[in-house]
Design a protein around this ligand. Structure first.
Ligand SMILES: NC(=O)c1ccc[n+]([C@@H]2O[C@H](COP(=O)([O-])OP(=O)(O)OC[C@H]3O[C@@H](n4cnc5c(N)ncnc54)[C@H](OP(=O)(O)O)[C@@H]3O)[C@@H](O)[C@H]2O)c1
Length: 283
């Protein structure tokens, strides 16, 4: 598996397994165990996915050592403060049944981000997290955090897919030495992504699926990518992307699909900020 080296030297398996919306505990445990069995060594969860306990069980079920895996969790908005990180992270560790995670992210750019960041720097110094980063931060927010703290974010996990290619943000993250990580690479299938004619043509030419073309397109840009599926055949298919290469024409065709906007919602919409602030998980 290709790896991406973060600014602090930590190596991340470039293709990870996402667990968003796998809320049924048995399904989440089985999906994670199946994903590891298929060959994934990078698992992405979050306090807000309400499945850390099941993800931890799925990992415990798998016959691989903990240090062979790369595990990410994220701090939910209500816990984004110095004390909130300290206490909620211990609860995440206890649900995951782990004594460290590989990557800890601030899930959304709201609440006391600077206080949270200081707590995360301390967790990293204590060896409880190997890397720290953010999610859904725009490039200016990332640079702000980097400028006014000892440690710059090592990762920014953002929506990246053929309809939201994030060209400018990617350049700014690279300039700041922050590794980009793609969530919703398939835009969760929205807007006909899995039947898009441009992508279908490229897929047919390479004898691959549209999902494989998208993952390959991201990996070729050195973007860490998270793919989610509860189906073992799709888990395997999504891993099988290391035996072909996109041509310059393929890349140019994919470029034309960019709508330069989120396929979900805007992080600068005040209504979304209200909604996220009001979402109490009690985790
Ligand atoms: N930081 C954030 O704010 C944030 C937000 C969203 C997601 N994420 C992370 O990113 C991960 C990926 O994003 P996502 O789960 O939202 O969406 P996604 O990966 O874009 O799409 C997942 C959907 O695609 C389907 N799928 C997967 N592989 C397929 C294939 N080969 N062919 C056809 N359909 C396929 C899945 O269905 P089946 O499961 O039925 O196969 C599922 O419905 C998440 O799981 C999570 O870990 C982070």
């Amino acid at each position: 598996m290709k790896t991406i080296r973060l600014s602090n030297g930590v190596e991340v398996p470039a293709l990870g397994f996402g667990t968003f919306q796998i809320t049924d505990p048995q399904e989440a445990e089985t999906a994670v165990a199946n994903a590891i069995d298929a060959g994934y060594r990078h698992i992405d969860t979050a306090q807000s996915y309400m499945n850390e306990e099941a993800v931890g069980r799925g990992i415990a079920d798998a016959p691989v050592r903990r240090d062979e895996l790369f595990v990410t969790t994220k701090i939910w908005v209500e816990n984004v403060s110095y004390e909130g990180v300290k206490t909620s992270f211990e609860r995440s560790l206890s649900r995951l049944k782990m004594d460290y995670v590989d990557l800890l992210l601030i899930h959304q750019p709201y609440n006391d981000v600077f206080g949270a960041w200081r707590a995360m720097e301390e967790l990293q110094t204590q060896g409880k997290v190997r890397a720290i980063g953010v999610s859904n931060f725009d490039a200016a927010q990332v640079v702000d955090l980097a400028e006014f703290n000892k440690t710059a974010p090592q990762v920014d996990q953002i929506e990246i897919n053929p309809f939201q290619q994030q060209v400018k943000t990617l350049q700014a993250l690279r300039d700041a030495n922050v590794a980009p990580e793609a969530w919703a690479p398939f835009a969760e299938g929205k807007h006909g992504l899995f039947t898009n004619p441009t992508l279908a043509k490229i897929a047919e030419k390479h004898h691959k699926s549209i999902a494989q073309v998208i993952l390959r397109w991201l990996i070729e840009q050195d973007i860490i990518v998270l793919a989610k599926s509860v189906k073992p055949e799709r888990m395997a298919q999504n891993l099988d992307i290391f035996d072909f290469e996109l041509t310059a024409d393929d890349q140019a065709a994919i470029k034309t699909l960019d709508q330069e906007e989120s396929q979900f919602f805007s992080h600068t919409d005040p209504e979304m900020v209200h909604w996220m602030a009001s979402r109490k998980l009690n985790v």
